[in-house]
Design a protein around this ligand. Structure first.
Ligand code: DQA
Length: 149
C-alpha cells in the first residue's frame, strides 16, 4: 500500500477553537479521521502528524522520503510564509509535496501572499476548508497513475 504523509505545522492543533470563522469548526483529529477513512477507500496508508516546531517538520519531510512515501500533504501554517528551511527540505527530497491550506492565503493579509513552499511544491490546494485536505489526498492517489505529468 502506498504511504502518504500528512504534515501539519504550527497552531493547527488548535483547529476547531482557532478563528473558526476562517478555519472552520472541524478539529484536526476529525479531519485526520476523515482522511484515514478516505485513504482506506483509495488504498493508501496515512501517517498524519502535527508539530508547532519547524525542525520536526524538516525531519518528517526527510523521513517521508526515506520511507518511500508516495507524497506528502503539507499544511505548514505560518511557516509557509517564513521558512526557508522547509523550502530547502522539500528540495532535498524526491517526494512530491502537495501544499494545502484551509483558508485562501492569497485573499488575506499581504504577508500571507508569499509562500516559500509553493515554488517547490508539486501543487497547491487552498481555500476549501477541511475539504482542501481531501482534495489533496485525491491528488496524491492520482500521482500513482502519473497524473499531472
Ligand atoms: C493556513 C494559512 C496560514 O496563513 C496560517 O498561518 C495558518 C493556516 C491555512 O491552512 O489556511 O496557520 O496555513
Amino acid at each position: 500500500m502506498s504511504l502518504v504523509f500528512v504534515l501539519n505545522g504550527p497552531n493547527l492543533n488548535r483547529l476547531g477553537q482557532r478563528q473558526p470563522e476562517i478555519y472552520g469548526a472541524d478539529t484536526l483529529d476529525r479531519i485526520v479521521e476523515a482522511l484515514h477513512a478516505r485513504a482506506e477507500a483509495l488504498g493508501l496508508t496515512l501517517d498524519a502528524r502535527q508539530s508547532n516546531h519547524e525542525g520536526h517538520l524538516v525531519d518528517w519531510l526527510h523521513e517521508a522520503a526515506d520511507r518511500g512515501a508516495l507524497a506528502v500533504i503539507l499544511n505548514a501554517g505560518a511557516l509557509t510564509h517564513s521558512s526557508i528551511a522547509l523550502r530547502d527540505a522539500i528540495l532535498s527530497i524526491p517526494t512530491p509535496v502537495i501544499e494545502v491550506h484551509l483558508s485562501n492565503p492569497a485573499a488575506r493579509e499581504p504577508f500571507r501572499h508569499v509562500s516559500h513552499v509553493s515554488p517547490v511544491a508539486r501543487g497547491v490546494i487552498q481555500g476549501f476548508g477541511s475539504l482542501s485536505y481531501m482534495l489533496a489526498l485525491d491528488a496524491a492517489a492520482a500521482l500513482r497513475q502519473g497524473a499531472g505529468r
